[in-house]
Design a protein around this ligand. Structure first.
Ligand code: ZN
Length: 150
């Protein structure tokens, strides 16, 4: 998958850039210089890969004592997310009450403010995840059929 130059120049944590082993088809995040699946066989066969950003929660916890700079979030949910390609990432879940985050929830990556250094005023940004609205039986059927045609 081609990665636009703009994103390529940003740090890895600003976007879901990982690596893909073309030898055994394993995906890694963050990117690795050697595949954790086939090790030496992967030399020269790893390529940069931008994850689609969709996946599901495989484990979650609520952080009640935010780290310095994260105070503005109060208690917030952190989850281990298995991306659809197979790699796992730990990230904050936003736009949902902490108690509603559960295993199997579909999520997608969003680019959000991570925190702020109150002394320097520096604002940190990074990838977080937000729940994906699953097609429910009560959804408007016309909207579903439009999506199916895409
Ligand atoms: Zn491999």
């Amino acid at each position: 998958m081609a990665v636009p130059r703009f994103w390529r120049e940003l740090p890895v944590r600003y976007n879901l850039i990982g690596s893909h082993c073309t030898h055994c088809d394993m995906y890694h995040y963050p990117p690795r210089s050697m595949c954790s699946g086939c090790h030496r066989e992967s030399i020269g066969k790893l390529e940069e890969y931008q994850f689609a950003g969709t996946g599901q929660v495989v484990a979650c916890t609520v952080v009640y004592q935010p780290q310095q700079g994260y105070e503005m979030h109060g208690p917030y949910p952190m989850a281990m997310i298995e991306m659809d390609e197979g790699a796992r990432i730990t990230a904050q879940i936003v736009d949902v009450a902490p108690e509603l985050v559960k295993r199997g929830m579909r999520v997608e990556a969003v680019f959000r403010k991570l925190g702020e250094d109150s002394d320097s005023g520096i604002i940190y940004y990074g990838t977080k995840f937000t729940p994906v609205d699953e097609p429910e039986e009560e959804e408007d059927e016309s909207a579903d059929s439009v999506e199916a045609e895409l």
